[in-house]
Design a protein around this ligand. Structure first.
Ligand SMILES: NC(=O)c1ccc[n+]([C@@H]2O[C@H](COP(=O)([O-])OP(=O)(O)OC[C@H]3O[C@@H](n4cnc5c(N)ncnc54)[C@H](OP(=O)(O)O)[C@@H]3O)[C@@H](O)[C@H]2O)c1
Length: 75
């Protein structure tokens, strides 16, 4: 399992819990997925580790509290 977010320290704690409680492999990569260079760096890091993505759980995002059609397009 590969955990990705901007704040590595939070992911390190989660990775420790996953290893201890579930005996799973868990490595941490710190990348900003909000820009193309961050995404490219992540792809390169996965290549370097010899990892192939089989399942992606994308949790990064933000919410909006209004009907979608009334939201500002830029947002
Ligand atoms: N909470 C709710 O009630 C709720 C309801 C419906 C839908 N959602 C959706 O579910 C998703 C997660 O919500 P949540 O409440 O769990 O949010 P959250 O606690 O803010 O978690 C978002 C995760 O994404 C990471 N992240 C954010 N921006 C990133 C970026 N640019 N690059 C890499 N990683 C990034 C954050 O870590 P870092 O900040 O360290 O990068 C964090 O681990 C969102 O898409 C949200 O819109 C949430």
């Amino acid at each position: 399992m590969t955990l990705v977010a901007r704040r590595r320290e939070r992911l390190e704690e989660l990775a420790s819990q996953l290893r201890e409680r579930h005996g799973t492999r868990a490595e941490v990569l710190g990348h900003d997925l909000g820009n193309s260079s961050g995404r490219d760096d992540l792809a390169a890091a996965l290549d370097d580790l010899g990892l192939t993505v089989e399942i992606l759980c994308n949790n990064a995002g933000f919410g909006s509290a209004a009907p979608f059609v009334r939201l500002e397009r830029e947002r």
